[in-house]
Design a protein around this ligand. Structure first.
Ligand code: ATP
Ligand code: MG
Length: 397
């Protein structure tokens, strides 16, 4: 629940805090801009201010809840709290705590016998306030106790927490810390080409890179008879969801015509077909990366998930490019990836066999050496990769 009178969001950042001074400042500015862009994208009228290694979002009573949710969609945010701001005085703080508890009861939010704790922290000089955080916890706790039905104090594992953050010029009272994604602000790392297939894995992998600060350049290979419009629609749909987290970044998707290359593979390559396809795919990604200045490629591959993803095959196919291939899902099981996709909002239960099942050979090579794949590669295939990128369509999401 949101405290009565709340109009401000207290935003805490994650890994930004472990950086040196100048890097931290630059990252905080980026985070501020990203949060501001999320607010604007959702038509929330609020402003963002950078203050003491936090961000403050100045909203109003109507918008504070939506503004808090928007902040928790920014990469680099650890948590966000809708807070009421009061003067940093004992009575004002204790009053705000009591009012917050009363509102929770009025809203039917609290049941009898629930346990609670008041947690206070004071920042600034030790003599900045004529009270300690312990004083606030004791007096605030007594005031809250009066308001709740048959309450119990539990400092270790309370059902409900009332929190105070007391600064020199103002104090913040809040009841919840909504979790953000953590990580680093988007744009604080170089961009990467994200191979998105319309399946479950690839958007999760792309999201994980975004979480570490890398903007993505989505690339979809249109496989002609071996793919289908349903795959493409699904791929675009997942990119659209990813773009919700990045309204101030370019998420236009490179749609690459690869049907001819697939026909060639189907006719000319046997057990190593999928591996040759992978190499082609990486080479396509490399050409896109060169053209947009991306630092690497991200895929949704995981060890052993498919025959082309055995540890040996991943090593062999990776040689198609000098760029790093990031695989954030490398050690994850499918159920965990699916769970993650649901949390992110890119999952849709689908019977479409996404990815490249239709070009898989009956008896795929699982232990390929570079020599095996080299021998299997049809002449001129890699040239087609460059040509396909030249004929790409940029799809505005
Ligand atoms: P996904 O892994 O995307 O959920 P999938 O498991 O059916 O779908 P795989 O065969 O596992 O697909 O493909 C491995 C990875 O290769 C994908 O995660 C994606 O990064 C990339 N990829 C596969 N097909 C395509 C495609 N048509 N366009 C772009 N990237 C693709
Ligand atoms: Mg997969």
């Amino acid at each position: 629940m949101t405290p009565p009178g709340a109009d401000t969001v207290l935003v805490r950042h994650a890994d930004v805090g472990v950086k040196s001074g100048t890097v931290q400042t630059a990252m905080e500015r980026r985070l501020r801009d990203n949060v501001a862009a999320l607010l604007e994208d959702r038509d929330i009228d609020a402003t963002v201010e950078r203050r003491w290694s936090r961000l403050l979002v100045h909203a109003d009573a109507e918008t504070v809840d939506a503004a808090t949710d928007a902040a928790t969609d920014a990469f680099g945010v650890q948590s966000a709290s809708a807070a009421v701001v009061v003067t940093p005085e004992r009575d004002a703080i204790v009053d705000a705590l009591a009012r917050t508890a009363r509102r929770a009861v009025e809203d039917g939010d609290v049941s009898a016998g629930e346990s609670f704790a008041v947690r206070a922290r004071r920042a600034g000089e030790t003599d900045a306030h004529p009270f300690t955080s312990k004083d606030l916890e004791n007096e605030g706790g007594a005031a809250v106790f009066e308001e709740l039905p048959d309450p119990e104090v539990d400092l270790d594992d309370p059902d409900r927490t009332f929190s105070v953050e007391c600064r020199e010029k103002e104090a913040f009272v809040f009841t919840e810390k909504r979790p953000g994604p953590g990580g680093l602000p988007l744009g604080s790392q170089s961009k990467v080409v994200a191979l998105v297939s319309g399946g479950i894995d690839s958007p999760v992998a792309a999201w994980e890179m975004m979480k570490r600060g890398s903007p993505i350049v989505p690339v979809y290979l249109e496989l002609g008879d071996f793919g289908g419009p349903d795959h493409e629609a699904r791929a675009m749909e997942t990119v659209r969801r990813l773009a919700d987290f990045a309204p101030n970044f370019d998420t236009r998707t490179w749609c690459i015509p690869a049907g001819d290359a697939m026909t060639l593979l189907d006719e000319a390559v046997g057990p190593a077909r999928m591996l040759v396809y992978r190499r082609f795919m990486y080479r396509v990604a490399e050409h896109v990366a060169e053209s947009v200045g991306a630092a690497g490629i991200v895929t949704g591959e995981a060890i052993g998930q498919k025959s082309s993803q055995t540890s040996r095959n991943l090593g062999t196919t990776s040689r198609a490019t000098d760029l790093p291939i990031f695989r954030p899902l490398l050690t994850m099981d499918k159920p965990a990836i699916t769970e993650r996709a649901k949390e992110i909002g890119t999952y849709r239960d689908s019977t479409i066999p996404a990815g490249c099942n239709r070009i898989a050979p009956d008896y795929p090579e699982t232990n390929a050496t570079p020599e095996i794949v080299g021998r299997a590669e049809p002449d001129g295939l890699m040239e087609r990769a460059e040509n396909a990128v030249e004929n790409a369509t940029l799809v505005d999401i």
